[in-house]
Design a binder for this molecule. Structure first.
Ligand SMILES: Nc1ncnc2c1ncn2[C@@H]1O[C@H](COP(=O)(O)OP(=O)(O)OP(=O)(O)O)[C@@H](O)[C@H]1O
Ligand SMILES: [Mg+2]
Length: 657
């Protein structure tokens, strides 16, 4: 009885939401639209019940608006391709309703979403070091374990919550729930934030894992030195940035005095040497690639290792990324979550068009750096990881104009750049493509191999919908119905041996980082920085043709303003300096002028409430999820506004028969 009574208001909201127009919601979701005054869907907290008739109208209005704009940076690319139908909305009874709704949505069937890859369990099982794959029995005795989303409810007396293998399998996909129950958090945003923290602690390396990686590098370095005494081995990639998942490879580069190790005879020589000394197994020599490498698995640790030759810009990139990590709270967490998200869908492998580790880091760093609410210090990233994750999925799943916008770096500072300004960029020939400028080489598109952008975007879009649905459902659910549920588990899965919740990076030094730092210290001491010929890759063919650095200079955020920027500037001249009222932002390198242009690019005009002095700005107009400044209701309303996607969902026409 109580249950029915509790669900009534929820159903009422659902009815109201069904009436609201999907197109309106989609239009409101253009948080970063450059051509309209900033309409922030984070602040669109009210359900609009009056606009169902306007759907067709707004659709055509949007279409004409989009086509007439010459410099659209962000637009909705989904809405015209799919039609919308109202569906039965997730109730508060738990996951069976959820599953039904998702089946109708097409999300479960992978038609509207890139689903988890069924075959990833083995690879992730391999990801775990044997030494860490044993958990104590106590790890499996928490209520949340047996009440994972994939199970039916268990008895209230928790008798089923003991140490059996059933509990293990129940929790095998959401292992970060072990002994961690956040369902009592009133705010779903806090709950999701805590779940993300648990996940990060869960997959972060233990002392033993770091030592294993360290020993592997040392062993390999010694072997290479024995073979080629004039060479040295350095580590770069995710191990040198602490952005590795348990199964991430170790990327190394071998540099020699002669500088000719890229010749394939040397690749084969090393391959034979490593095999005959029982250091490497499953050795692959990729001699004809743009960057020739040897790939193998270390016999002792089972770690995957990539060795490249003579090209040292990866070592420099690692230093840059560590600088970003120091300056950007939340970057490591989001990178690891998105890496795992893509990995479990097999969308992380560049050889099959997926997004590689470096592209993910650049994408998320740029997202965080340019996020309007972070730039204006309205929300703290540490307290809003879930919100930021959803915003990321929303931006790159629904709103980002892959057709028109590239991500660029100017003096290490992320910017958005019209693709048309990047002359060396080859046309994408019909399919959508992602363009991310290499922070070290302006002509290099680091994501050029990621041809499956359609799949990646679909996955992000589906993830946003699924997270929003789950948050909305949990927001309305009773505490009893919440027990044992996972929000993050809606989109993240981790299969493999059990791990401990120990981030032990403080206990043992990561040798790759220590050595990378020593390398850069030595390099600056010997003033090798200026000797680019020796230390860096020469310019690429594209660079020679068009002059990559010149292009980068051409696209500078503080350069000549566009029509829209000029208009916004003149409008804001008399307004108070918004940044002057904001607390100083540590370590950010962007100038005020730069920030203004970012705001303009992202459609934030200074005549919004953001430009008001802090003391006069009404609290309700601040970001609804700023824990320090908003009440609980506003925070719940945020999720409600996200939940508007439940009002109607997209179903490909062929499925809806
Ligand atoms: N397209 C590219 N252009 C330039 N450098 C690249 C490119 N792809 C990779 N690299 C270099 O190789 C390094 C390792 O790439 P990789 O794809 O293994 O990512 P990662 O950061 O190590 O992530 P993962 O944990 O998935 O291995 C990058 O940090 C970068 O220095
Ligand atoms: Mg790597």
């Amino acid at each position: 009885m109580g249950k029915k009574g509790q669900r009534k208001p929820f159903k009422k909201q659902v009815r109201r939401m069904r009436k609201s127009s999907f197109n309106k919601v989609q239009r409101e979701a253009q948080v970063f639209h450059s051509e309209v005054d900033h309409f922030n869907n984070y602040e669109s907290l009210t359900l609009d019940v009056s606009d169902s008739e306007l759907a067709a109208e707004s659709d055509s209005e949007f279409a004409s608006q989009s086509s007439s704009e010459s410099t659209v940076l962000f637009k909705d690319t989904n809405q015209k391709k799919q039609r919308t139908v109202p569906v039965a909305v997730v109730g508060s009874e738990g996951d069976s309703d959820d599953e039904d709704a998702l089946r109708i949505n097409g999300l479960e069937s992978n038609s509207d979403f890139i689903a988890f890859s069924d075959s990833d369990s083995s690879s992730e099982a391999e990801d775990n070091f044997p030494s860490t794959a044993t958990a104590t029995d106590d790890d499996y005795t928490d209520a949340s374990v047996s009440r994972s989303p994939s199970t039916t409810a268990v008895d209230d007396d928790n008798t089923a919550l003991d140490k059996d293998s059933t509990a293990r399998s129940r929790n095998s996909e959401y292992p970060w729930l072990l002994n961690h129950n956040h369902s009592t958090q009133r705010d779903v945003s806090k709950w999701l934030n805590l779940e993300i923290r648990d996940f990060i602690a869960y997959i972060s390396p233990s002392k033993q894992e770091i030592e294993t990686r360290n020993n592997t590098i040392t062993k390999l370095r010694r072997a290479v030195k024995r073979l080629w005494p004039d060479s040295s081995l350095q580590v770069f990639g995710s191990y040198a940035t602490d952005l590795y998942l348990p199964g991430s490879d170790i990327d190394c580069v071998i540099k020699s005095e002669s500088g000719n190790l890229e010749h394939r005879s040397y690749l084969y020589e090393l391959s034979r040497y490593l095999k005959s000394n029982r250091i490497a197994k499953q050795v692959e020599v990729i001699a004809h690639a743009r960057v020739p490498i040897i790939k193998f698995v270390d016999v002792e640790s089972d770690l995957h290792i990539d060795v490249s030759f003579e090209r040292v810009n990866g070592i420099q990139v690692a230093k840059i990324i560590r600088g970003w990590l120091d300056d950007t709270p939340g970057l490591r967490e989001l990178v690891l979550i998105v890496k795992q998200f893509l990995k479990s869908r097999r969308l992380n492998d560049v050889h099959t068009g997926g997004l590689g580790g470096m592209s993910i880091v650049c994408l998320i760093y740029s997202f965080l750096y340019l996020h309007p609410r972070l730039r204006s210090d309205e929300i703290s990233p540490e307290d809003n990881l879930g919100v930021l994750l959803m915003d990321f999925f929303e931006l790159y799943g629904k709103n980002f104009s892959f057709e028109n916008v590239a991500l660029a770096f100017h003096d290490d500072i992320p910017t958005y750049m019209p693709k048309s300004h990047w002359r060396a960029l080859p046309p994408s020939r019909g399919s959508i493509s992602l363009a991310i400028q290499d922070p070290l080489d302006a002509s290099n598109n680091i994501s050029r191999a990621s041809y499956n952008v359609t799949g990646i975007r679909k996955a992000f879009s589906g993830a946003f919908d699924m997270l929003a649905n789950k948050c909305y459902e949990m927001n309305e659910a009773t505490f009893k119905d919440r027990v044992g549920k996972s929000i993050l588990g809606r989109v993240i899965k981790y299969k493999g041996g059990a791990r401990h919740f120990r981030d032990e990076r403080e206990l043992v030094k990561n040798r790759a980082i220590v050595e990378n730092e020593a390398y850069h210290r030595k390099r600056s001491r010997t003033q090798m920085e200026d000797d680019d010929d020796d230390m860096f890759l020469g310019p690429s063919d594209d660079d020679l043709l068009t002059g990559g650095q010149n292009e980068m200079d051409m696209y500078h955020l503080s350069g000549p303003a566009t029509k829209k920027q000029k208009k916004a500037k003149s409008k804001t001249k008399a307004l108070p300096n918004r940044e002057a009222n904001a607390p100083p932002k540590p370590k950010k390198k962007a100038s005020r002028k730069h920030t203004h242009n970012i705001d303009e690019l992202m459609g934030i005009s200074d005549d919004t409430e953001d430009s008001e002095p802090a003391k006069t700005a009404p609290a309700a107009k601040k970001h609804p999820l700023n824990a320090a400044t908003v009440d609980a209701q506003t925070r719940r309303d945020y999720w409600l506004s996200k939940g508007q996607t439940l009002a109607s969902v997209t179903i490909p026409s062929k499925k809806h028969t």
